[in-house]
Design a protein around this ligand. Structure first.
Ligand SMILES: [Zn+2]
Length: 104
């Protein structure tokens, strides 16, 4: 057996073989939805006869509809959103909303 080296992402704690190919969505310098306190959850993408649209952020500031998960990924999560504020996407709140029957 041989010892191998791994790189740990300081933001999401995942391990990688290479130090420079991971664009972390949890990096707050990128100012994207994942680290923004305005994100309430994700809206299910619409579906038409031949295409399932990707989910989009449920955010009071991003209602234009032209931002979705694929767009965010395609720019390596580097959104520099002007409404971005440091926060933590809170799954517990989402579950509470679901139980109460409110929301998406
Ligand atoms: Zn990461």
């Amino acid at each position: 057996m041989k010892i191998v080296q791994r790189y740990e992402c300081e933001h999401c704690k995942k391990l990688f073989k290479t130090p420079d190919r991971h664009y972390c969505k949890m990096n707050s310098a990128l100012k994207n939805c994942y680290t923004c306190k305005h994100l309430k959850g994700w809206k299910e993408g619409e579906r038409d006869s031949c295409y399932q649209y990707p989910p989009s952020p449920d955010c009071e500031h991003c209602e234009s509809g032209d931002i979705d998960l694929e767009t965010i990924k395609s720019i390596n999560y580097d959104m520099q959103c002007e409404h971005w504020e440091q926060g933590q996407y809170d799954r517990d709140k989402e579950i509470i909303k679901e139980i109460a029957g409110i929301g998406w």
